[in-house]
Design a protein around this ligand. Structure first.
Ligand SMILES: Nc1ncnc2c1ncn2[C@@H]1O[C@H](COP(=O)(O)OP(=O)(O)OP(=O)(O)O)[C@@H](O)[C@H]1O
Length: 271
């Protein structure tokens, strides 16, 4: 039998000490256009396995569009996305087993309680009920949702909704977590708890990709970062490499440009 690369077999690439280092996520020339608007203009990026990877960029940079194409939520016009060597669009079932996703503006089954929603996510992943029950209780406690387990998700605040969506992404212990703005609307204590969970997950070999606008957070939390603007990668590498001695925020402004020195708006000072 001839050797087939892992993506052609639809199997995850082998892992372990002797395995070649396959990136957790490999994007090759991903591109997407909406009408006349080129949202993503050929993004190529490797996310090393075991990294805590930040994706930063200004509003409209193409972060959500890129992550959606990378995780099987939005079909690319061009390009390939491989998760641990598995082609997301050729072998979506195999690829999705390896991923936990927190999409932007996620629509949840919000007539379920928080506990029911996460349980449902686990059962949909084919997990047995006892394991699901135990993990749901642990996740809800870790995310400070224990007291609201029985509340309908429709009645959750924005931050609680974010946390229950995150719990649903974690329940099957995926090898790769792709989190679009996981800290948006989340209070500082819960954010610190989430960071602890993610740190421990990465320390045990998982890979996390987060998009965020909070440079300070990305600089403290991530070991790698990509700066995206206009649908392209402007810089990518370790946080140290990208910030090149400056703060990530200063480097970001330098790379992306576009600071408006607030001339105009005189009327705003005429009250
Ligand atoms: N469904 C869509 N239809 C039309 N245009 C879209 C659609 N989705 C995204 N776009 C456009 O594509 C570009 C990239 O959007 P995207 O949401 O990927 O940016 P982003 O970097 O995630 O922005 P933000 O930081 O504001 O969330 C924007 O110009 C946006 O208007």
């Amino acid at each position: 039998m001839t050797y087939q690369p892992p993506d052609q077999q639809g199997q995850p690439a082998p892992h372990g000490p002797s395995a070649p280092t396959v990136p957790a996520l490999s994007l090759l020339g991903l591109a997407k256009r909406f009408g006349d608007k080129i949202a993503v203009d050929g993004i190529t990026l490797d996310v090393p396995a075991g990294s805590f990877y930040g994706v930063v960029g200004p509003n409209g940079a193409g972060k959500t569009t890129t992550l959606s194409m990378a995780t099987g939520l939005l079909r690319p016009d061009f390009g390939t996305a491989l998760v641990h060597g598995v082609d997301v669009w050729q072998h979506p079932l195999e690829a999705k087993k390896l991923m936990g996703i927190l999409p932007d503006g996620v629509r949840l089954f919000d007539r379920l309680s928080g506990e029911q929603l996460v349980t449902y996510a686990g059962l949909l992943r084919g997990m047995d009920r006892d394991t699901v029950t135990a993990r749901v209780a642990e996740l809800l406690a870790a995310l400070d949702l224990g007291n609201d387990a029985g509340t309908l998700v429709v009645d959750y605040s924005a931050g609680m909704t974010k946390k229950i969506a995150l719990a649903s992404a974690l329940i099957h212990a995926p090898r790769l977590l792709v989190l679009d703005e996981p800290f948006e609307s989340v209070d500082p204590i819960s954010a610190a708890n989430i960071r602890d969970i993610l740190d421990r997950y990465v320390a045990s070999g998982g890979t996390v990709i987060v998009s965020s606008h909070v440079m300070d957070l990305v600089q403290r939390m991530c070991d790698h970062v990509a700066v995206v603007a206009g649908g392209r990668v402007l810089a990518a590498g370790t946080v140290e490499e990208v910030r090149a001695g400056a703060s990530l925020e200063d480097r970001f402004v330098q790379l992306v440009g576009g600071r408006n020195h607030t001339e105009g708006l005189e009327w705003l000072r005429t009250f």
